[in-house]
Design a protein. Structure first.
Length: 235
C-alpha cells in the first residue's frame, strides 16, 4: 500500500517543481516584453524609413511570440496550481447571455451566426462566475476557429435533473474520432499554432466546480461540447 502514497508524493513534488519553474520564467519574460516595447519606441524615431519598417515588423513578430508565451505560461500555471474559487449563487442563463453578447461581434466578422437557447426556469448554480465565463469562452472561441468559412454557433442552457447543462455546438470542420480521447490532454491541439492548454484549463475549472465536460464530433459536420454543472439545492 506504500507505493500509491509514494506516487502521490511524486506527483505533488513534480507539480510544485513545474509551478516554481513557471514562476521563474515569468520574471525574465516580463522584462523581455518591456524592453521590446521600449525598443519599438526607439525605432519609431529611426530616420531610414526602410530600416524602420523592417525592424518594426521583426519586433512585432517578437512581441507576438512573447505574448503567446505569456498566455501559455499563464494557462500552464492555472493547470498546475488550480484556481482560487469564490462561489456565489448564479443563474447560468445570465452567464450564457453575457457570453453570447461578447462573442457575437467577432462571430459576425467571421460570417458565423450566433444562436442562443435558454431554459424557461432558473438554473441556479454555486459558481465563480468569472472562471466559468472563461471556461465557456474557451469553448466558443474554439468553435469559431473551427468554422473558417462561416457557419452557425449555438449556445444552449437547459435543466437536466440536478444539473445545469450548457451545450456549445458548431457546424465546423469537426474532430477526428481518434483525436477525441486526446482533446483534453495538456499540449494536444488540433489547430496549428494552438497551445493545447485551453481545453485542459476549461476541464480543470469545471472539475473544480464539481462539473463535467463531454464532446461529440463528426468530421465535416461539426462538434458539440456539453458542460454539466451541479444546480443549487434550492432549485
Amino acid at each position: 500500500m506504500s507505493k500509491p502514497k509514494h506516487d502521490n508524493q511524486r506527483v505533488i513534488e513534480l507539480s510544485e517543481l513545474a509551478g516554481g519553474l513557471a514562476h521563474e520564467i515569468r520574471n525574465p519574460l516580463s522584462t523581455l516584453k518591456v524592453n521590446l516595447q521600449l525598443l519599438a519606441e526607439d525605432l519609431s524615431a529611426e530616420p531610414d524609413a526602410n530600416l524602420r519598417r523592417r525592424s518594426l515588423l521583426r519586433l512585432e513578430t517578437l512581441q507576438s511570440e512573447t505574448e503567446r508565451l505569456q498566455i501559455l505560461l499563464d494557462n500552464f500555471l492555472k493547470l498546475v496550481s488550480g484556481h482560487e474559487i469564490n462561489t456565489q449563487p448564479v443563474d447560468i442563463r445570465n452567464v450564457v447571455r453575457h457570453l453570447v453578447e461578447f462573442c457575437t461581434p467577432r462571430a459576425e466578422e467571421l460570417d458565423i451566426r450566433m444562436r442562443m437557447r435558454l431554459s424557461d426556469e432558473e438554473l441556479i448554480c454555486e459558481l465563480d462566475e468569472s472562471l466559468i465565463q472563461q471556461a465557456l469562452l474557451n469553448l466558443c472561441l474554439n468553435a469559431q476557429q473551427a468554422m473558417p468559412d462561416g457557419g452557425e454557433l449555438i449556445v444552449e442552457a437547459t435543466a437536466e435533473d440536478e444539473w445545469a447543462r450548457i451545450d456549445v455546438t458548431d457546424t465546423g470542420i469537426g474532430i477526428a474520432a481518434e483525436e477525441l480521447d486526446k482533446l483534453f490532454k495538456p499540449f494536444f491541439s488540433t489547430r496549428k499554432g494552438g497551445s493545447g492548454l485551453g481545453l485542459s484549463v476549461t476541464r480543470r475549472i469545471l472539475t473544480e466546480h464539481g462539473g463535467t465536460i463531454e464532446v461529440q464530433s463528426e468530421l465535416g459536420k461539426g462538434s458539440r461540447f456539453s458542460v454539466r454543472l451541479p444546480r443549487s439545492r434550492r432549485f
